[in-house]
Structure formats: C-alpha cells, structure tokens
Design a protein around this ligand. Sequence first.
Ligand code: SAM
Length: 216
Amino acid sequence: MDEYREKRKRLVERLRDEFGLSDDVVKAMIEVPRHLFVPPHYRGEAYNDYPLPIGHGQTISAPHMVAIMCNLLDLKRGMRVLEIGTGTGYHAAVVSRIVGDEGLVVTVERIAELAERAREVYQTLGYRNIRVVVGDGSRGYEEEAPYDRIYVTASAPKIPDKLLFQLKPGGKLLIPVGDFIQYLYIVEKDEYGQITKKNWGAVRFVPLVGEEGFED
Ligand code: SAM
C-alpha cells in the first residue's frame, strides 16, 4: 500500500458522489497512483482536484475531468482505445485499468520527452496494455485503427475527419473543440456510420497542435 492511498481514495469517493461515477471508473482511479505521474515537486498536490503543470507549457488535467471523461466513454473490458495527448500518461493509465489486459490503449503525444517519461512510469508499474506513440495525434493513429473509443485531451479547432474515420461503427469519440471558449463534444458513430454530436458543456484544455489542430 502506498502512502497516498487513503488520500486518493477520499478524493475518488468524493468525485464518485459528485459525478455519479461507475464502479469501474472508481476502482481504476483508486488503483492508479497519480502522484507517480506528476513531476516530483508536485507529488504532495497529486490528490487535490486541479490541473498541475507538467513542463513544456502543458498540464495534467484535474482528476474530476479524467473521471468525467472516463465515465462518458462508457469503457468496457477488451476495448481498443485511442488517446490523443499522453501528457504524463495518467489518464491513459486509468483507461488501461478499465479495458484490462484483453484491451489496448494507444496514446499519441507530440512532445517526445513527455512520451518517454510516461513509458518509464508504465514500465515501473508493470502496465503492459498501453502503447505510447510520438507524433501528431490530430491525424489519429492509422496503424492500430479502428478503435472502439477515441478521446482527445487537448482542444481542437474542429473535429478531425481522420479521427472519425478511425472510429468503429458503434464507437464513441470525446473531444474538446474551441479556442478561448471550448466545449466538450460526445460524438457517436452508429452501426451504419452515421455521426451524431452532443455538446456536454464548457471545458478548459491546452490546444491540440498539428495538421488538423492549431498552428504551433
Ligand atoms: N492526458 C494527459 C495526462 O493524463 O497527463 C494530459 C494531457 S495535456 C492536457 C494535453 C497533451 O496533448 C499535452 O501533453 C500536449 O503536448 C498534447 N498534444 C497537443 N497537441 C497534440 C497532437 N497534435 N498530438 C499529440 N499530442 C498533442
């Protein structure tokens, strides 16, 4: 048992009560040690519910945002999931616990140093169902497509077509869209390939930078 476990459990139980999290999300968030993903000098703040700087002008999202997104994704064991924006690797770690070893999480990060740090933490924790790719995730990741679920942890100017193509029929995509004012969209592709979009509400993310994102 790690020294932060009680603090983590208290935070996750509070989030469960506030947002009605599923048992799978609660279990995964209690299991994943967020303090090992944040920069060492922020460890003491890892179980406070706010974003933290992670270097390169980027942030790790607040725990409630990770919880809400995991809940909205309605993840199941064995699913193949694509994350755009690895950052520290924490969010993908939570998703990986829910999809289990029969599932796969592919996470794409444009900043090589962040990707490398995330890989090291996964190795330390023995998480083997996560593949970290360095590149421009605004184009998705064709090599492992199609995906049951795709989610983006940076805000895009519009929903990238390539992400829609790489989503399975029956799949879900979560993506923040906008510049100063951003909204989180829940996009669903039905069995016939028909797309529907729902606006979940206002959010605040760093920009998605790339071919189908914002300019650097
Ligand atoms: N999910 C992360 C975590 O748990 O720490 C937080 C992600 S942070 C809010 C957004 C990340 O998206 C940053 O690390 C940023 O470098 C990355 N990013 C921005 N544009 C990208 C792109 N086109 N492809 C891949 N990653 C991108």
